[in-house]
Every structure is written in structure tokens, then in C-alpha cells.
Design a protein around this ligand. Sequence first.
Ligand SMILES: *Cc1c(COP(=O)(O)O)cnc(C)c1O
Length: 398
Amino acid sequence: MKNARGSLVRPDPLPASASQPVVTPLSPSVVYASETPDMLDDQYDGRLHGYTYSREGHPNADVVAARMDVLEGAQGGVMTGSGMAAVSAVLMGLLSAGDHVIGGTQLYGRSLRLMNEDLPRLGIATTLADPGDVSAVRAAIRPETRMVLVEVVSNPTLRLADITGLAGLCRERGILLVVDNTFTTPRAFRPFDHGADIVIHSLTKLLAGHSDVMLGYAVARDPELTEKLRVFAVTTGLTPSPFDCWLAERGMLSFELRFDRAQQSAAILADHLATLPGVRRVIYPMRPDHPDHARAAQLLAGQGCNMVSFELTGGRGAANAFTRAADGLSFAPTLGDVGTTLSHPASSSHRSMSAADREANGLSEGFFRVSVGLEDPEQLKAVFTDAVAAAGMVQSDA
Ligand SMILES: *Cc1c(COP(=O)(O)O)cnc(C)c1O
């Protein structure tokens, strides 16, 4: 296959065009060719900006990172191949054997696993503490504590961390406060404005928003820490593919519209669920009956969240009837998709907990978490009315 220049295998440069594409081109090239060894020196020494090898960086990652930086008020953030890659980069790239880290008791399941299994194996000690209770976190601090990792809104019970209190404590003790902002998103909460030192995201969820890409992001307020994260991510291969970044960028173009719509519908759905006879309780941070309502109002600055949890009065039979009757809603373990998704902690995220412990934590067989999507809220109300009614038909097997 000869091209116009007679080269055997390399493509020609793109045809010249005075006009520019309106969509970011996808750049799948693994390697980038420099002109000379001198030029490569200039690139590696930072005198010239140029890509070399895509594990080390590529245009599609930089385009998404720049968007994330704007949303979080940050600089130079690092893209990773998933949210968990970002969590791993922060924990493993910044901590060393002998260090101690405190994690929130209600962290994302895989983050909990890192805390409970992998970090201790690497000589990093861990303690879990309730992020809503600053005195509990204070009591867990040791001389070698380097980091506190929390999420703002917990999954699936939607409790709020005392970020203001934790930020004060961490500042006073010289400990890094790391906030996984996946649930809240920068639309509702900007951790750096509240004293966080490091922000983590899974873009897989609301930011990319279409359930077709896994991607993560991490950034520190201190550029030296961000650089450490970048080097660790590049060395361990946690960096993302161009196609995933390209898809995520497209999703992010509509993120704010999607978020606003989803959280408005979530508020409507929460209030509607509270009127249905088969629903024992509704958990939504913007409702006055939520235990952390005041903190939610203060931290989320008038924004809400797209997640609603609720409990049906029946047991597993009612739960089965509910998902079967929830026409058009996916029973699928994710959140932040364009469509509403349902998750059932007793059969998924909390299945390894004993039934008694689940009951004690309010996660009965009737407990569902709803990630509200972009459907017409009136249609959503109708579907939930019917599905809750269908669940009520089998209540007796609770
Ligand atoms: C999903 C999620 C993660 C992990 O992200 P992946 O992209 O699935 O690896 C981390 N933290 C929170 C809060 C999440 O919801």
C-alpha cells in the first residue's frame, strides 16, 4: 500500500483544511514521532510540549482533564482508566509502608476493599471511621496518619460527611483530606472550596453519563502531589485510552443540563414516593425529614443530588415484584446514566453483610437506591406508582 509520498506503511499527514472540525478529533496513535533527538530532549526537558507515548499522555486525555480542571477549580489533573484507578493512584502513589490512612465507613465498595485488604498487605495501616462524626475521625488519628479519604454523600443511605469539620481537623493536624466527589459532582460541591487537598472522580458515572465509558480523574491542590500522582499513574499503567476520553468529553458537553434535570426529577420522585402506601421511608438529602438536611443545604449550596433511596414495606418477594414491574427502568448496579437505574444493596453491594447487620444499617430486603435519569418526571412517577403497587401485592411474604 503506497501513499502519495511513496511511503510503504505510514499514512500521510491529514489533508490541509482552512476550516476546523467542531468536534475534537480522536487521536488513537500510541506513539508520536519527533524530528530529531534534540527535539526529543526538548520535549522530555519541558522546553517543548509534545506527546511521545500515549501511556504518558495524549491529546484526548488532556482535553478532558482541562474540562475537569475548570469544573473543580484545579490545575493539571490526571486522567485514569477508571474511578478506581484514580482512588488507587491517590492511595498507592502518595502513601508508603508505615503510613496510616483513615477512610469513611461508607466508602464505595472497592475503595473499602483497598482499605481493608490491599493497603494493609502493602504495609499501609488503615482505620474506618464515620465521616459524619469529626470526633470519631479525630479519635482514629495516629502520629503516622497521612490521609483521610471520604465521600460527601454516602452510598446507599445518602448521609452527608461533615466536610467542614473534617477540613478543619485535617488542616490542624497536617493530614491530607481526600474527597471522592463522584456522587456530588462539581455541579453541587467543589471540594477545594471546602478545604479538601485532593479530589477524585469516577467520570464513569454522572460526568460521562451514558454508561459507555469508564474513566477517572485525580488532582491535588499542591502541584507537586499532582505530579507524583501523574508519575505513578503513568508507571503503573493506570492512564486511559484515547477513545474512552473522547467519549467522556462528548458526555461532559451535556453534563450540567443532565445533572440539573436529573436532580429536579429526583426531588419530585422523592416527594412522590413518600405519598405511596407501600413505601416505609424515603431518603433524599433535600427533604426536611432527612437526618442531614441542614448539612446538605449548607454543603450542596442549593443543588441537590440525583440519588433517591427508599424502602418498600415487603421482603425479597416484594423487591422481586418491584423490579419486574418497573417498566423501562434498568435494575443495574451503576448510577448517573441517562436512564433511571435501580440498585438493591441486599443482593449486590451489601450481599456479604449478614441479614441482621443489614437490618441494623437500615438496608432491608425492601431497600432500593434509585439513580434518577432524564425521563419525564411524570412518567417516572407513574412507573414507580405501578411498581410499588405490584410489590404491595406480595407484601405478605416479608
Ligand atoms: C463508581 C465509583 C467509583 C469507582 O469508579 P469506576 O469508574 O467504576 O472505577 C469510586 N467512587 C465512587 C463514589 C463511585 O460511585
